[in-house]
Design a binder for this molecule. Sequence first.
Ligand code: HEC
Ligand code: HEC
Ligand code: HEC
Ligand code: HEC
Ligand code: HEC
Ligand code: HEC
Ligand code: HEC
Ligand code: HEC
Ligand code: HEC
Ligand code: HEC
Ligand code: HEC
Ligand code: HEC
Length: 297
Amino acid sequence: MRGIMQRSRRNMVKTIMAGVMLAMAFTGVSLAASQGGKIATVTIPQTPTQYASEPQPLTANQCGQCHPGLFRNLRDDGGRHRFACQNCHNTFHAYNPRKGNWDAIMPKCASCHEAPHGPKITNCNACHANPHAPKKIDASAQLATACFDCHGSVRDQLVKNPSKHSKVPCMNCHTSHGAIPSCFSCHKPHVEGQALTTCIPCHPAHQPLRVTYGKDVPSRTCGSCHAKEFNAVSKDSSKHKKVACVTCHKDRHRFIPQCSGCHGKPHQKLIHEKFPQCLTCHIDVHDMPVMPSPSKK
Ligand code: HEC
Ligand code: HEC
Ligand code: HEC
Ligand code: HEC
Ligand code: HEC
Ligand code: HEC
Ligand code: HEC
Ligand code: HEC
Ligand code: HEC
Ligand code: HEC
Ligand code: HEC
Ligand code: HEC
């Protein structure tokens, strides 16, 4: 309101001045020569057409001409905040250090959002540090203590399946919100050349001791810890040499298969009754002596 009044007063003054100057030009009296008529030391051409209409609100792009950094924040990471600046800044260019009114004129999250994370999580800009890039979450102390408020299922996994990862703080691995760490930043592979993509299928990140695996794991991976069995199978002269560890020790670490799961009871009933343990004769499943057949069924 005050602005408009000031502007119209200024326009009036300008109109009067223009009239006076025009009159002086007609009578051939120069400004310098006039008696007491000199009101400025310079001559500036008038551009009244520029004042013919009301100013339009600045577009975000025009604000961005003077605030390029914030414009780029919104453009690149503004997400759903990419609307006109004035939707949030209904007051701006009004900061006055004498009044110390910064907080008063800055937009308030609460004018558009109702506690989106429940009543416990309040201090919005502790995590959403830049309202012009709202999805960029600061790795703040507040965030570190709030993981479980939003990710309860991860807590359940860690509590129900205790491992040494249960004691590693979330943010040692997730160094920024949503970042997924590489196992290799803290561990070496079991065997040279083992790909990072193999780790998680065997070790779910939050319950790494619940080791499960697929059919395609090469035997030398198991051999990195079970050298005895690996070496035995490697020099096995029986057909088991061609059978992968994971074909017998299926799906789950430490699973021990039954011979009859694959072979049934191949010999005469009497033999199986007398010697219920197949390995009494076949001795070592990983390195079977090849023997002459006692009988067929
Ligand atoms: C979603 C609401 C929102 C939008 C949209 C928005 N801002 Fe802001 N802006 C804020 C809030 C909140 C603050 C206060 C931040 C603080 O106090 O640290 C702020 C602060 C500022 C500041 C002062 C602080 C600084 O970092 O320099 C400027 C300048 C600014 N905004 C310009 C803009 C411009 C220009 C646009 C459009 C291109 C824009 N804003 C769009 C919410 C918004
Ligand atoms: C001609 C340049 C220019 C344009 C255009 C401009 N600003 Fe500013 N703005 C400034 C300057 C200079 C400051 C003071 C220094 C600073 O804080 O960067 C400022 C400060 C601000 C502030 C913080 C201080 C305050 O008093 O509010 C906000 C918020 C802001 N501008 C928002 C906007 C918005 C929104 C737009 C577009 C509607 C805009 N500005 C357009 C130059 C401009
Ligand atoms: C002028 C209203 C307004 C203000 C003020 C405002 N927001 Fe928003 N915000 C919105 C709207 C509208 C959306 C998009 C909602 C939708 O699409 O459902 C949004 C979305 C968001 C999102 C999701 C962004 C995305 O891309 O998914 C976050 C995070 C957010 N706001 C945080 C904040 C924080 C923190 C503040 C305070 C610094 C704030 N907002 C201030 C209106 C506002
Ligand atoms: C402890 C940190 C933290 C605090 C404090 C916090 N937020 Fe968030 N907020 C987040 C995280 C993390 C997300 C999820 C970001 C993602 O989707 O990648 C989020 C998402 C959002 C979203 C988007 C929700 C959606 O469904 O897309 C909005 C809106 C939002 N926050 C607003 C706020 C407001 C308003 C406050 C203050 C009352 C606030 N936040 C306080 C961490 C926080
Ligand atoms: C305010 C709620 C909130 C807080 C606090 C929060 N998160 Fe999130 N987080 C979310 C939301 C929402 C998503 C997006 C979920 C989606 O896209 O399915 C997310 C996504 C993630 C993702 C990425 C998931 C993926 O599939 O890429 C990780 C990792 C993550 N959060 C870890 C954390 C850690 C670690 C903490 C604590 C340091 C934390 N979060 C704190 C809400 C939160
Ligand atoms: C030892 C490192 C490590 C620790 C500690 C860790 N994470 Fe993760 N987290 C990961 C990895 C790796 C993934 C990706 C898993 C995948 O792709 O299957 C992940 C995925 C996630 C996801 C997205 C997928 C999901 O399971 O929902 C969320 C959310 C998450 N972590 C939250 C947390 C929280 C909260 C904590 C702390 C309680 C935490 N993480 C501790 C390594 C870790
Ligand atoms: C930020 C570092 C970090 C990252 C990333 C990490 N770990 Fe760990 N991990 C640890 C620490 C620390 C231990 C405990 C080591 C110890 O005490 O010897 C551990 C232990 C383990 C253990 C043994 C658990 C136990 O209780 O004995 C396994 C298995 C494991 N990590 C697998 C993984 C896998 C797979 C990944 C990738 C998904 C991964 N780790 C990512 C830090 C990490
Ligand atoms: C075929 C499944 C499998 C794959 C693939 C696998 N691991 Fe393991 N890992 C295991 C088994 C089994 C253990 C022993 C678990 C136990 O002690 O019960 C183990 C143990 C570990 C341990 C605990 C410390 C140790 O050496 O005894 C770490 C750390 C580990 N693995 C990291 C990794 C990483 C990193 C990768 C990806 C390069 C990976 N693992 C791939 C099966 C696998
Ligand atoms: C990182 C080392 C590691 C890797 C890799 C590993 N194991 Fe193990 N494995 C162990 C440890 C440790 C034990 C427990 C030994 C004990 O209790 O004496 C074990 C035990 C076993 C047992 C015996 C369980 C019992 O009851 O005696 C079998 C069977 C086994 N592993 C098979 C495998 C197979 C198959 C693979 C490959 C898919 C594999 N392991 C990969 C470390 C490993
Ligand atoms: C996962 C399935 C599986 C399990 C479990 C299994 N085997 Fe085998 N076995 C095989 C296969 C496959 C062959 C090769 C068959 C062929 O090529 O004709 C084989 C061959 C044999 C042979 C013949 C060897 C030769 O060179 O002619 C004997 C003997 C044998 N198994 C004994 C056993 C005994 C004893 C057990 C238990 C300790 C056992 N197997 C467990 C799959 C299995
Ligand atoms: C043909 C099926 C078969 C294959 C192939 C096989 N195993 Fe086994 N493994 C068994 C059976 C059956 C037992 C139980 C033996 C017993 O009861 O003494 C066993 C026992 C084990 C044990 C427990 C300790 C022991 O020696 O008794 C480990 C460890 C093991 N196997 C690792 C491996 C590894 C590593 C490989 C691959 C290099 C492998 N196995 C290949 C069937 C197999
Ligand atoms: C009394 C000793 C003895 C017992 C007990 C025994 N076997 Fe055998 N088995 C042999 C002999 C000897 C051969 C012939 C050697 C060969 O062909 O390599 C043989 C051959 C086999 C063959 C390969 C030849 C064929 O028939 O296809 C399989 C498979 C086999 N046995 C499985 C088993 C299983 C499974 C058990 C336990 C349920 C078992 N055996 C118990 C002595 C025994």
